[in-house]
Design a protein around this ligand. Sequence first.
Ligand SMILES: Cc1cc2nc3c(=O)[nH]c(=O)nc-3n(C[C@H](O)[C@H](O)[C@H](O)COP(=O)(O)OP(=O)(O)OC[C@H]3O[C@@H](n4cnc5c(N)ncnc54)[C@H](O)[C@@H]3O)c2cc1C
Length: 421
Amino acid sequence: MARQHIVIVGAGFGGLAAVRGLARANVDVTLVDQRNHHLFQPLLYQVATAGLSPADIAAPIRAILRKQRNVRVVLDRVVGIDRAARQVMLAEGAPVAYDRLIVATGARHSYFGREDWAVHAPGIKTIDDATAVRRKVLLALERAEVEIDPAKRQALLTFVVIGGGPTGVEMAGAIAELARRSVSRDFRSITPHCSRVLLVEAGPRLLPAFPAILADKARVAIEQLGVTVRLGAPVTAITEDRLQVGGETIPAHSIIWAAGVQASPAAQWLDVPADGAGRVIVQPDLTIAGHPEIQVIGDTATSIDRNGCPLPGIAPVAKQQGRHAARMIVSGRSAPFCYRDYGKLATIGRHRAVIAIGGLRLSGTVAWLLWCTAHIFFLAGYRNRLIVGANWLWNYLTFERGARLITGDPTPKDGGYPWLA
Ligand SMILES: Cc1cc2nc3c(=O)[nH]c(=O)nc-3n(C[C@H](O)[C@H](O)[C@H](O)COP(=O)(O)OP(=O)(O)OC[C@H]3O[C@@H](n4cnc5c(N)ncnc54)[C@H](O)[C@@H]3O)c2cc1C
């Protein structure tokens, strides 16, 4: 019998887990991704705040899969799927035929219908996003150093993060440390108390997915870092240099979006029903109705846990679904996916975190050490683990943020370089 050809689209957490799950299977695998690297998104905020360099949290897909001989990697962008012909359509290359297909193309930010905000309030999802935010934040500090108008200076030194989930909390804490502590030693006119960092959340509390007691601890910890938390405050307008929150206008040059996700257009490619965030509604075994040969996993799919609640868009869900999809192919049998929740983690600044594992609630330095250990362990490759661990130790001891490089062309939305204006 001819070997089955499995096509996997997306080399994120879900796609890579599926590929690895097929390592010993008697199949040929084609992995298609629009980028040549796998990205560890949970640490992107550290690239955006100059704590880590892009290469520390990403690894070439080909290098990761070097030893898996049954995989072929294709660098291309999927633009459609022909279910009838069982083909994946690519932007550049010829269509790729499949016997089984796993779609794991992730998600991007959602601006809840206000896509015009994206240009003024970028989110972080890719390395380019993170280095653009880093440029914006570092340029604001450079411009503030030479600005003599006090109102303009305060706007340059006001940093706003929108969204009180783990990414927003981690981002706000890291910006506070960068702007208030790390860089003030290197500037002449910026002191630790010049900068204002705001964390804005439309809901009634931070970290809605965490137990309330941990969310309260996270709030106290982040306020101690100098972040002002605004809860129950939906953003109603964002422009280049200000935003409106709950009727108040706040001048700010650096506004960062950490609220809401929109799935990749897989539901359109497959012409199947999706939820409000564009996620494909899958069967309990992660296939789509009437097509047992197609599975959709990770942030692109919406599936429910045993209590009927939608599973969160997090890396462990994507990885477990990837492994499940591979097991189904290897065994040739359908089985419902069952998520095992190993806990939730979020860090606040350089030595505090909150962790909920089953009934266990942890906060403070012990939680932070666990958070560090887990993130180092899950990074791809020994080199990245070593470098990130050493970086964190160095940062912990010195407050130094070694990746403070302004790279790329400044765009008008960055305000440009003042000396070129
Ligand atoms: C800033 C940030 C912080 C996060 N923090 C955490 C955290 O602390 N803990 C946690 O568990 N989760 C966290 N998450 C969520 C987690 O990263 C996602 O749930 C996880 O990455 C989903 O995995 P995935 O495989 O579905 O998609 P992804 O990992 O996003 O991978 C999708 C892949 O598909 C590729 N792709 C997309 N479209 C196409 C196309 N048209 N053609 C070809 N390839 C395509 C992409 O290049 C990418 O490689 C965070 C996410 C972000 C953005």
